[in-house]
Design a protein around this ligand. Structure first.
Ligand SMILES: Cc1ncc(C[n+]2csc(CCOP(=O)(O)OP(=O)(O)O)c2C)c(N)n1
Ligand SMILES: [Mg+2]
Length: 267
């Protein structure tokens, strides 16, 4: 998806895939295999199962990945959908980003097992644990599950152990600072995934210390970063998208009634 389309979705313009019908976080495009999500926690897992069932019926070896928080695993629909995927050996990978909080609810009040990955046992499917701060570990575990699904062996659950560096959203930062102990926040932020990956690249001799230190967005929230924290080509790329979206037209008001139901091609 192009940066122009992504920015258009944020600005709610006619040039966005959702044509201003949904917010930025629900971006998707069926033609390109990106399923738009819904706000209902875990609600995208049964949709992923439906898409996977279609792939299976058509004999394709495509795999569906669906990303959810650990809080979502306390929803009834999570269990129904994972059960369905397991029973029918659907090529679905359920990725759980365990950032240890669902708004103000800590993981131990959402999930009774030691690891969220243990939930997989009830469905007889693999439950993998990845270091969610390490991009390569997440990649390896994901590809293991993808290969397995491609062989027709069914779904896997991958718990990526991660950390919510700030509040649930900008609106939650102050509250988060009250309900989370500050040492927990400091410890979590110290393992920023960008810093972890940079360190690895330096160790492997791919990046020099000097190159690694040139740009440093890690550990900063959005309002604290400046253009200097990113390579100029990245800043230019983003500006291009933003400028395009600001100038783009809004959809026509009549569109509000279109595409709500399946339309009769005759009339
Ligand atoms: C069924 C449902 N209940 C409540 C909400 C409100 N809600 C939005 S995000 C959120 C917390 C989600 O926590 P988690 O699943 O851990 O994901 P995270 O945001 O931490 O990645 C809640 C309760 C919702 N969107 N859907
Ligand atoms: Mg969470």
């Amino acid at each position: 998806m192009s940066i122009e389309e992504v920015c258009s979705q944020v600005w709610g313009k006619a040039t966005s895939p959702g044509r201003a019908r949904d917010n930025w976080s629900h971006i998707g495009d069926i033609e390109r295999g990106i399923i738009p999500s819904t706000s209902m926690l875990a609600g995208t897992i049964p949709v992923a199962c439906g898409v996977a069932y279609d792939f299976k019926l058509r004999g394709l070896d495509n795999v569906v990945l669906t990303y959810n928080g650990e809080g979502s695993t306390a929803q009834g629909v999570f269990h129904e959908a994972v059960n369905l995927a397991a029973v029918h050996k659907l090529p679905v990978i359920v990725v759980i980003e365990n950032n240890q909080w669902a708004y103000g609810t800590p993981v131990h009040l959402e999930c009774p097992t030691k690891d969220v990955a243990d939930r997989a046992k009830g469905y007889g499917i693999p439950g993998l644990i990845a270091d969610g701060q390490d991009v390569l570990d997440v990649y390896d575990k994901t590809m293991w599950a993808v290969d397995r699904a491609r062989k027709g062996l069914g779904p896997s659950l991958i718990e990526c152990k991660t950390f919510r560096a700030y509040g649930h959203g900008d609106h939650d930062d102050d509250r988060a600072a009250r309900y989370r102990p500050s040492d927990e926040v400091e410890k979590g932020r110290s393992r920023d995934p960008i810093a972890v990956f940079k360190r690895y690249l330096v160790e492997q001799g791919v990046l020099s210390e000097e190159e690694a230190a040139r740009y440093s967005p890690e550990g900063k929230d959005a309002p604290s970063t400046t253009d200097e924290d990113f390579p100029p080509e990245v800043v230019e790329y983003l500006k291009q998208g933003v400028e395009f979206a600001i100038k783009a037209p809004l959809p026509a008001a009549e569109e509000a009634f279109q595409w709500v139901f399946v339309e009769d091609k005759q009339g």
